[in-house]
Design a binder for this molecule. Structure first.
Ligand SMILES: [Fe+2]
Length: 183
């Protein structure tokens, strides 16, 4: 499906076709993962990453693509040393590819229903290092937190089924087994 070098515009076209043709999220993620890896490492999308984080934030978002219907959100994220996210979901599928440095993703298990927002039975699951070329996929049900435990900025390339401003995603509080709106 891809050609060399894999252009960012070709990746977007492939994504559109795959999401049109594939209803099953697990199958879709299997198909997207190798192409997202190739697109991320080709860096045809490359931005200069000279932005500054928003006040009190420890990451810089460089949006690369969004469809008019708010689907297919692609973004490069620069994580500052020590950056750590809340525990959160996306309420859409997600693919993260490491580009520079190494990020640590903690996957969280849940025994309750996220929409209940209490008695969630949250516990730490797998911890996964995402370095250059590593691909992490998450279904809409996935919950994770991300850290940059290194002393340098890290960069990763993320693809989501929808804009994260339009998924009513949640942040989770493992200490109290509760959840609330992300934003
Ligand atoms: Fe995330």
């Amino acid at each position: 499906m891809s050609q060399s070098p894999y252009r960012f515009s070709a990746f977007v076209n492939d994504l559109k076709k795959m999401t049109r043709d594939t209803a099953n999220e697990d199958v879709l993620l299997q198909r997207i993962a190798p192409l997202a890896q190739e697109a991320a490492l080709s860096q045809d999308w490359h931005t200069d990453h000279t932005g500054e984080p928003a006040p009190e934030e420890d990451f810089i978002l460089s949006p690369l693509h969004l469809e008019d219907d708010n689907s297919l959100y692609i973004v490069a994220i620069t994580w500052l040393p020590g950056a750590i996210t809340p525990v959160h979901n996306h309420n859409t599928w997600a693919v993260a590819v490491g580009v520079e440095g190494c990020e640590t993703h903690t996957l969280w298990e849940i025994s309750g229903q996220p929409e209940q927002r209490k008695d969630l039975g949250l516990s730490r699951g797998k911890v996964i290092s995402v370095g250059r070329g590593d691909v992490l996929t998450m279904t809409s049900r996935g919950i994770h937190s991300v850290e940059n435990r290194s002393q340098q900025n890290t960069v990763s390339f993320h693809v989501y089924g929808k804009s994260l401003l339009h998924t009513n995603r949640l942040r989770f509080f493992p200490e109290t087994n509760t959840a609330g709106p992300y934003y």
